[in-house]
Design a protein around this ligand. Sequence first.
Ligand code: NAD
Length: 329
Amino acid sequence: MKIGVFSTKPYDREYFEKYENTHHYSVTYFETALNSHTAGLTVGFDVVCVFVNDSVGKDTIEQLSKNGIKLIALRCAGYNNVDLKSAKKHNIKVVRVPAYSPEAVAEHTVALILTLNRKTHKAYNRVREGNFSLKNLIGFNLSGKTVGVIGTGQIGIAFCRIIKGFGCNIVAFDITKSEELVKLGVQYLPLNEVLQRSDILSLHCPLNPKTKHLVNEESIALMKDGVMVINTSRGALINTVDVIQGLSDKKIGYLGIDVYEQEENLFFEDLSESIIQDDQILRLNSFPNVLITSHQAYFTKEAMEQITTTTLNNIEAFDKGLELKNEVT
Ligand code: NAD
């Protein structure tokens, strides 16, 4: 099996190289993302391994099919960047890593909440510069606050377990209930009620046509004044223009995002010496109550181990004609 790994960063390579010998596959690493412009690189490969910002739409898949690709191995959980219909049409299987550490993402979500609330990022800079003032550093107690969780799958559940420990009341919306969370005291409510009641709203559902722009002008209007909105799921769950308006109107009190609608042109790259052309991210960065991380919620040693071993096991199962437990259909 010849595997082409796209969007490779040194840390991806480090983990793949640790395990690739156990599988005896020929692995080639490409720094570039896979998309319709780079799909030509896949000639001679059997498998492409892709991540969150590779663009595996219809045009790309047609080229992959012509080049003889038989498997798209996602090294992530979300698969909104793959045109599954086209893959099926061209008889290309798609596999993913359904869970590689829900705790990693849940813990980062809590990090965003605590940082935004207690302003430790600002305090760190101040104290290093000899400024020991507490002016504008005031936060609020999490204990007793209502946290709304949209999407209570693996990450949502892990997040609820942690935030419950802070003494928060949890209200949730999902198309299916988690019995574990009901036992934990989580109250499932219709979406609008979750939006209305939450002091902190955290998004943990996948991006699909139903959830796209779930946070928009209308839903923001339903939220409490000064609400904290956290998104560690997928950027397009939030309508960026509407959220910027919500921040300008002081309706949204805090915004913490690890994902961003236009992130494929920015995230994972060092652009510190470039002129950034994305006006929306520049506007977001101008608010004192916005905290942005660049899709790092998953990024723990444990998650990287899990991503690499599951991806290689998925490829091995395909190679040996075994059942594809992690197939996306
Ligand atoms: P999961 O499949 O275990 O859970 C998703 C939950 O969302 C399910 O309970 C599902 O019923 C629910 N859901 C589906 N449609 C919904 C809707 N219309 N409204 C409300 N709920 C709905 O997935 P997970 O492992 O918990 O991951 C959730 C998302 O987190 C992924 O789809 C991915 O986009 C994102 N993610 C982000 C990172 C990161 O590093 N930032 C890492 C991993 C995953």
